[in-house]
Design a protein around this ligand. Structure first.
Ligand code: FPP
Length: 245
């Protein structure tokens, strides 16, 4: 009898929301004697690959940690390079995203981004707003603690104005005040490069996410790595605080 070929990903539904901490661009470049910016450039290509793979695998939301609130502290030249890559990505990729039915969303503190980048973000979000194949969420100038503090400040203002009763503040209302208000929590969080930290990424939203740490450096992250992470996810026993069995 012929054996069925092993399918790359078990025939289980894909995680609805995959979030990725893209790490290791610098080390990828260093290992090749190249400047860090070369690593980021290859990282942007890995972004393109990951988005395509997520759509093909049937993932509904893909969140990518593209620039953290802490990344502003990197040397000015590197910040400029990263902003340049983001600008290029937004200018050149949105047409392809739109053609493939992908909706773009950006989360993070826009007040620190350049006016032209904010304009590109707004334009791209508006253009792709009606797409349903995949939602690509780019976390830009994003920090989980900052997001929580902003939500608290907003709710406190509403309490002061008499619009919200403190007794009505619950997890649902709190979540509705985060950047991710209408986005489901991630089922799977992947971090590349072997580091095993959350680094201020989606702190509230990761409460019950499965965490998968891969040894691959971000510029090398490919479809096989994405599928391997999903297989690991499927092998986990998600309990949400309940007992096993
Ligand atoms: C980590 O590498 C990566 C980042 C600083 C952010 C990710 C940025 C990209 C993938 C490039 C452009 C993104 C888009 C969306 C076009 P690192 O520099 O921290 O690596 P290291 O830890 O090895 O130094």
């Amino acid at each position: 009898m012929m054996e069925a070929a092993a399918s790359p990903v078990p025939a289980l539904p894909p995680p609805t929301h995959v979030a990725i901490i893209m790490d290791g661009n610098g080390r990828w470049a260093k290992a090749r004697g190249l400047p860090r910016t070369a690593g980021h450039k290859r990282g942007a290509e890995a972004v393109r690959r990951a988005v395509e793979t997520a759509r093909e695998l049937g993932v509904s939301y893909l969140t990518l940690y593209a620039f953290s609130a802490e990344n502003w502290k990197r040397p000015a030249g590197e910040v400029t390079d990263l902003m340049g890559l983001l600008r290029l990505y937004l200018r050149n990729e949105v047409k392809a995203l739109h053609k493939n039915g992908i909706r773009l969303r950006v989360i993070g503190d826009r007040s620190r981004l350049g006016d032209d980048i904010v304009a590109l973000i707004e334009e791209s979000e508006a253009k792709t707003a009606g797409n349903t194949a995949l939602t690509l969420v780019l976390a830009l100038s994003y920090g989980g603690r900052q997001e929580i503090v902003a939500a608290v400040r907003h709710l406190a203002g509403q309490v002061r104005a008499g619009a919200v009763d403190p007794d009505d503040i619950d997890e649902t209302l709190f979540s509705a005040n985060l950047f991710t208000a209408d986005i489901p929590d991630p089922d799977l969080v992947i971090r590349t490069s072997g580091e095993q930290r959350i680094s201020n990424f989606l702190l509230w939203q990761c409460a019950y996410s499965e965490l998968v740490f891969l040894d691959v450096l971000w510029p090398d992250f490919d479809r096989a790595d994405f599928e391997a992470a999903i297989r690991t996810f499927h092998g986990r026993d998600r309990r949400f605080g309940l007992t096993s069995g």
